[in-house]
Design a protein around this ligand. Structure first.
Ligand code: BEZ
Length: 253
């Protein structure tokens, strides 16, 4: 998994919209009362709590200790775990994941772990950044890093899967892909682009002084402004989602 570090405070500052956009995944999951559900990458537990409130027996896992503590403080069951190394065996009726898979380097390992975690007949409903997500933003960051002689690829923490490629990963594992779509979802950044960069681009600015960070943020803003900013709507990030529902057959072929 990428070594992005963020805690509940960062989340509240610049990323609180992440779980708010999680509704469609819950709808796709269609959770039933008393179902045993794994929330993969539960963050601060916002969506995990929605499932618990619906009467599901839900466990959240996240690689961040601080996030797990925040989820537990809501009275939820949560554990620190790396999504590429899930160690469950046929325990869950369903796995849900929102805005997490694009942070994982080895998406095959994640899908394998989810498959093993599901009971036969189980469901995997997820949404993550899809191919082309934040293209303009990434270009702005890339230009600012190249200018400093820094290898952008070495600092890129994201892998935004392409629809066909991800379908194949699911299919090769044995899942039946019931639904998959690539969706443009322009995302308003109510606290501005600078705040988003502070939360999400800390890998890009690793080792920078505060002064260097400020200059980096300004350069990225200047690049993105003509494409992502309007007086009327403020900053709107060019998010693209990949949303899917995959089913583990009752009997594996
Ligand atoms: C997301 O949470 O969906 C996201 C985070 C960083 C970059 C792009 C998307």
């Amino acid at each position: 998994m990428s070594n992005q570090c963020w805690g509940p405070e960062d989340y509240n500052k610049g990323a609180d919209f992440v779980p708010l956009f999680g509704r469609p995944v819950i709808e796709l999951l269609d959770p039933k009362k008393e179902e045993k559900i794994l929330d993969l990458g539960c963050g601060n537990g916002t969506l995990t709590k929605e499932l618990a409130d619906m009467g599901c027996d839900v466990l959240g896992v996240d690689s961040s200790k601080e996030m797990v503590e925040a989820a537990r403080s809501l009275g939820l069951k949560a554990e620190v775990m790396d999504g590429e190394h899930l160690h469950f065996r046929e325990e869950f009726d369903a796995v849900m994941s929102n805005a997490v898979l694009h942070w994982m380097n080895d998406q095959y390992a994640v899908v394998r772990g989810v498959w093993r975690a599901l009971k036969p007949g189980g469901r995997f409903a997820a949404e993550c950044g899809g191919e082309g997500c934040i293209r303009v933003l990434r270009e702005g960051m890339k230009i600012a890093l190249i200018k400093r002689g820094i290898d952008y690829r070495a600092r890129n923490p994201w892998k935004f899967p392409e629809l066909g490629e991800f379908s194949k990963i699911l299919d090769n594992q044995g899942f039946k892909v019931a639904y998959i779509a690539r969706i443009d979802r322009p995302t308003p950044l109510k606290n501005g682009l600078r705040c988003w960069l502070e939360v999400f681009a800390n890998r890009h600015t690793e080792g920078f002084s505060q002064e260097e960070k400020e200059l980096f943020y300004k350069e990225v803003e200047d690049y993105c402004r003509p494409l992502l900013y309007t007086e009327e709507n403020g900053w709107v990030a060019d998010y693209v989602r990949l949303r899917f529902l995959a089913l583990k057959p009752q009997i594996s072929e």
